[in-house]
Design a protein around this ligand. Sequence first.
Ligand code: SF4
Ligand code: SF4
Length: 204
Amino acid sequence: MFKFLFIIYIAFLFMGLFRPILGIFSVLLFVLPIFILAPFSGRWWCAHLCPHGSFQDLFGLFIRHRRPLWLKSHWLRYGMFIIMFGFLGYIVFSKWGNWPSMGLALTKLLWSSTIMSIGLMTIAPARSWCNICPAGTVGKMLAPKKAKLMITTDCVYCRLCAKTCPMGLSPYKDRGKISGFTNPDCMRCGRCASFCFKHAIKIQ
Ligand code: SF4
Ligand code: SF4
């Protein structure tokens, strides 16, 4: 059922242009939950409930690009975080009380992140936006510092998990580690575990 959340995303993108007030709900639906859920479950939201993530997964069926190294740049990630949340804060404070105008501005912000995510998919894998998504960065910052996965010593270092991870992470590097794989960007999507032919990855 969750894989169809992209329908909600597309509906908000277009309906927000005609019913601007919906733009306010789009922020409440797409951004607020990560603040509430991340302290307990990290970026689990990103893989399972984020409508923008579901939207990108649609394209993932057809896209096979390699991930450019610059996508993992902290400068890009935190720059995007400051710019997008800066715009969000500016819109909320400058248009407070004028709800349709605020909604339209927020819808345009949603469109800008959508266009950026589609643009990225022309040169990088689907869900590359998740590497720099400001909401995802909130999820990373608030994520509990506990194991997301355990990599057993059955791992044979084939690196298939790293090749299939939508975030470009490398769980195999923590093979046999008692503290497990703790990378806060792990969304616990389970993709690496499903591809591991040695069944060496256990989701926590
Ligand atoms: S896919 Fe499994 S066996 Fe291969 S490197 Fe990853 S954890 Fe190890
Ligand atoms: S490490 Fe595995 S569970 Fe975590 S995001 Fe990557 S594929 Fe998903």
